[in-house]
Structures are given as C-alpha cells and as structure tokens.
Design a protein around this ligand. Structure first.
Ligand SMILES: Cc1cc2nc3c(=O)[nH]c(=O)nc-3n(C[C@H](O)[C@H](O)[C@H](O)COP(=O)(O)OP(=O)(O)OC[C@H]3O[C@@H](n4cnc5c(N)ncnc54)[C@H](O)[C@@H]3O)c2cc1C
Length: 421
C-alpha cells in the first residue's frame, strides 16, 4: 500500500525529545504527525535516571510523577578513592527535590502515548527513509510502515510545513540535511546492564569516580548504580571519548572491570544479568550544528544536547522539544518562518555558556592525572562535592549556598579560555 498525507508539523523520532515536541505542538493546537520506527514499548540503552529538573518538566507536561511504576531517588552518593559523600537533592529550588528511575521501555511509551492523547498523530513501526527536498527546500519525508505498530503498512509520503528532527544520536535524517557533529568536542560512550540486587529499593543513586585503565590510570568517566525498585539495579560505566583520547571499543572491557568493582553494599548478583549489556553514544555539549534550517529544527541527541557534565540527556531532550514546538507554533501562527531563528537564540542563551564550561571541564578531565587530582580534592570536601552536584545537574539557580556565584565566575572564566584542540 502507498499513501500520502500532509500536516503542519512532522516529528521524526519518538524518544523523549520527539514526544515532548509532539506533545507541546499538539497542545498549542497544531496538526502534528510523529513517526517512530520502533514499536513501543521497546528497550533503549540508558541509565534510566531522570533528574529533578527533568521531573519538573514531566510535571509541567501533566504527567503523574508520583506514578507507582517510577522509583524515586532523593539524593546522590559520590564515591572516589574509597570515600563517599551522600547528598540530598536541593530543596531550595524551583524544581522537585527528587529524581526518578524509570526504565526506558516504560518511559518512552508513556511519553509517546501522552503526545498521542494530546492530539498528535503518532505512528509507530514507521521508519523514515529520507527527506523530500524540492528546490532546496525541505517538504517532508518518505517513510516505510511495517504495519506492526500504530502506523500503516507500506510506503508513506508525509508533506509538512515544518519538521522537527528527533532521531537520536546518529541522526540519519539530520545528517541528510547537512548537520554534523564537531569532533573537537568530547563525546560520551556508555554501557549498562540490569542485575538483581537486595538494595533495589534504595532512595539514593550512586556515582563512583574510580574507573581505571589497564595501567591503573584514572579515566575521565564514572560507574553508576541506579536502583530501579523492581528487584534490579541499572548499573553501568560512562567514559569521555576524546578524538585523541580513549578508544570507545574498550567500553565492554571497562564494564566487565566495573562489575568486579561495584560497591558491595548494593548486594548485586552479577552472575545473573537480566539481559546482555548494551552500549551507546552520548553526543554532548551542543556538538551538532546547525540546529536549524529554514523550516526544520533539530532536538535532543540529534542536536548533540547531552549535558557534558554528567551525561544527562533526558532533561535537555525535553527542553529542546518544548522550545522547538513553541517557535514552530509561533512561525505557523504568524506565517513568518524566520521565527525559527529564536530556537538557536534561546538555546544559546540557556545552554551555551553552561555547555562551554562543561566542554572545558571534560577536556581538562581528559588530561592524564587531572581526573585523579580533581576527585581526590573533591571527595574530601562536602562543600565542593555539593557544588559539583548542583552544577552538573544544572540546579544552580536560587540556591542559598552561593553556588550560583561560583558558577557565574566559572562561566566568565570559560568565556576567556579559547577552545582549541
Ligand atoms: C548507556 C547510556 C546511559 C544513559 N543514561 C542516561 C541517564 O541515566 N539519564 C539521562 O538523562 N540520560 C542518559 N543517557 C542519554 C539519553 O539516553 C539520551 O540523551 C536520550 O535518550 C535522548 O533522547 P532523544 O529523544 O533525543 O533520542 P532517543 O532516545 O535516541 O530517541 C530517538 C528516537 O528516534 C527513533 N528513530 C531513529 N531513526 C529513525 C527513523 N529513521 N525513523 C523513525 N524513527 C527513528 C529511534 O527509534 C528513537 O526512538 C544515557 C545514554 C546512554 C547511551
């Protein structure tokens, strides 16, 4: 079967970024079609940690963040050099004072259904094959439906006024339109697995900064244990992979090493993995450009939006999606496509200095010896650890502890440092 449809807004990809974009665009009254190649629910490699800031976005979208399927965490334990500091998520803030752990099969289905309930036409099991470009202008896409999800079977042509590209870290659709990831910036690579644990119900997540290479040198990355509350924990390792740095293929080896090193208090049965571990890439620090064209916008991992401080990609994906929907709505209402320029401007004002600081931090931590010195210093000071926690989770506003001032100084210094190889 072959069909052709038209819409105001086409969203390519139904992860958190695409679903948020579709939800907000539908909420503002736009006609939206979202195409997702997978059939939900499906697994997506992730640590499953939703930060307090992201929980705030979910609540704003009308999602019940007290849903019993979500496991609440109230703080973070940072461990390095055999010492640990436990911190609660800040309460002196606009955002909720807890985060969540939600398996991505549950989370992504919930978000995509939420967009559909708001009025978006959501077709799962439909793979976008290529953009339709006529006279240099993007007109929509060609797609193929398997007939196994909510979408039709056969070839589909979707014509759209505006396109929001949310097709994840490899972003084939974005690349076909000319987006590219700068290799000057670090990219993350991470691997995770699920294991049974007697402590699956803990209300704290743990990050361990003691990853070492075969020669015993400390690596720029961390191991995590995130309790899922369903009898298992999600545990994994994430590493910065600089263009001149670490070999991403070593992530499997590092993961295996990490399993032997997980703090014993989690009582994890590593002999009994729930499934084979999976790895993925985290394009970070606004490393993909351009993020917009005359009638298209790129969001989430496709835009390289992962937070370079901690690998959190869900919160930026939700924010990007909302912002993209908002400027698209204005462009349609006013009939002025130039409104899309506000997307770049708004991203720049919200994230650019923060991410620049993050990129410099990741670059510095990639230098031999610096990661070790930094973690040694940090783990001995509760104040410094709290500062790192607030900055890395982007919870710096409104706090009483003066983090915002330190952060502003950091951003100002970062602006003065040229970003070279
Ligand atoms: C090991 C690991 C651990 C992580 N842990 C965390 C964490 O704990 N917390 C956190 O906040 N972030 C974490 N991240 C990052 C987070 O997973 C991503 O940043 C987030 O998923 C980005 O959302 P997205 O919607 O932009 O992309 P995705 O979630 O990748 O969604 C893209 C969607 O597009 C669809 N798609 C792709 N191509 C097509 C096509 N041609 N046609 C139709 N559909 C298509 C895909 O099927 C997919 O559903 C982790 C990442 C990794 C790899």
């Amino acid at each position: 079967m072959s069909m052709r449809i038209s819409t105001e807004v086409l969203v390519v990809g139904g992860g958190p970024a695409g679903s948020a974009a579709a939800f907000w665009a539908a909420q503002s009254g736009r006609m939206v079609v979202l195409l997702e190649k997978d059939v939900m629910p499906r697994d997506r490699v992730c640590g499953d940690a939703v930060t307090p800031k992201a929980v705030g976005h979910l609540a704003e979208m009308g999602i019940d963040v007290a849903d019993k399927r979500f496991h609440k965490h109230r703080g973070l334990r940072m461990t390095a050099h055999g010492q640990s500091i436990e911190l609660r998520w800040p309460t002196d803030h606009d955002h909720p004072s807890h985060g969540l752990i939600i398996r991505r099969n549950t989370f992504d289905k919930l978000l995509i259904d939420h967009a559909a309930n708001e009025g978006a036409q959501v077709w799962t099991g439909v793979e976008v094959l290529q953009p339709i470009v006529e006279h240099g202008h993007l007109r929509g896409c060609q797609a193929l439906g398997s007939g196994e999800g909510s979408g039709p079977e056969g070839t589909i042509e979707v014509r759209a006024k505006f396109v929001i590209i949310a097709d994840g870290p490899l972003s084939p659709f974005g690349r076909a339109l000319g987006t590219a990831r700068t290799r000057r910036y670090a990219q993350g690579v991470a691997m995770r697995g699920y294991f049974p644990s007697a402590k699956h119900n803990e209300d704290i997540i743990e990050s361990v900064f003691d990853l070492r290479d075969g020669n015993g040198h400390q690596l720029p990355g961390y191991g995590w244990v995130f309790p899922v509350g369903d009898g298992t924990v999600n545990t994994g390792v994430g590493l910065l992979s600089h263009h001149h740095g670490n070999d991403p293929s070593s992530i499997q080896q590092l993961f295996e090493q990490w399993l032997m090193q997980i703090p014993e208090n989690w009582e994890i049965d590593i002999s009994n993995p729930e499934m084979s571990p999976k790895s993925g890439r985290l394009p970070m620090g606004a490393s993909v450009r351009p993020r917009s064209g005359p009638n298209w916008l790129v969001v989430g991992d496709a835009a390289g939006s992962v937070n370079p401080f901690n690998g959190d990609g869900i919160e930026p994906a939700l924010t990007n999606g909302k912002l993209a929907a908002s400027v698209t709505n204005t462009a349609i209402k006013t009939g002025d496509g130039l409104e899309l320029r506000l997307y770049e401007q708004e991203l720049a004002s919200r994230y650019d200095h923060y991410y620049r600081l993050g990129r410099l931090a990741t670059k510095a931590l990639g230098k031999p010896g610096l990661m070790r010195r930094f973690t040694l210093l940090g783990i001995q000071s509760r104040v410094l650890t709290e500062l790192v926690m607030r900055i890395s989770t982007n919870l710096v506003n409104n706090d009483a502890g003066g983090t915002e001032s330190v952060y502003e100084i950091g951003k100002a210094v970062a602006r003065l440092i040229p970003e070279r190889d």
